[in-house]
Ligand binder design. Structure first.
Ligand SMILES: CC(C)(COP(=O)(O)OP(=O)(O)OC[C@H]1O[C@@H](n2cnc3c(N)ncnc32)[C@H](O)[C@@H]1OP(=O)(O)O)[C@@H](O)C(=O)NCCC(=O)NCCS
Length: 150
């Protein structure tokens, strides 16, 4: 089924809230779920920020996840999150590849928990390389970097 990216809107907030509220996904990403109020405030903030690119991942008319880039401490970073019902179908791989055509800024960084093998695989397949490891916010992370234009 064809996968497409489109800019996310406030209408996507409820479904994206549910995806990040999943404890299994939260554990996988080593990223704590936000409660509804905190998540809605976060979405309002990033949707209003022109330096943040937030896209909904849409398959067969359904939002299956999101992919986002932002600036942090002088680095440009990418992240993504899919609903658990949609894991294991190649959607993250396809979404990240498509996003790299939309956001051409390089270098692009990604921080991934050491245990999150699926996410590391997504990045490696997109051309990211591991540059170092770090321990931050109680999480052992692999730092990935992409230099090549897509
Ligand atoms: C990580 C995540 C994005 C992967 O999404 P996905 O759509 O299932 O990924 P894909 O189907 O494109 O699979 C990517 C690769 O990981 C592999 N993979 C999938 N699940 C895996 C697992 N549990 N362990 C190891 N590898 C796994 C797949 O086989 C595939 O590799 P291959 O093409 O060599 O076979 C998704 O599970 C998710 O959103 N998790 C919660 C949030 C998160 O972790 N975000 C990333 C934070 S850095």
């Amino acid at each position: 089924m064809a996968l497409e990216l489109r800019p996310a809107t406030h209408a996507d907030t409820p479904v994206l809230f549910a995806f990040q509220a999943d404890p299994v996904a939260s554990e996988m990403a080593a990223f704590p779920s936000r409660d509804r109020a905190a998540f809605e405030a976060h979405q309002r903030r990033i949707l209003a920020d022109p330096t943040v690119l937030l896209y909904a991942i849409v398959v067969g008319g359904k939002v299956v996840g999101s992919v986002v880039s932002w600036d942090a401490e002088g680095e440009h970073e990418v992240g993504y999150w899919l609903g658990r019902d949609f894991w294991g179908s190649g959607f993250a791989t396809a979404a990240v590849r498509a996003f790299l055509e939309i956001d051409g800024r390089r270098p692009l960084f990604a921080y991934v928990a050491v245990h999150n093998e699926a996410s590391q695989r997504v990045l490696r397949k997109a051309g990211f390389v591991e540059v170092r490891r770090r321990h931050a916010d109680d999480v052992h992370q692999v730092v990935f970097r992409l230099d090549i234009p897509t």
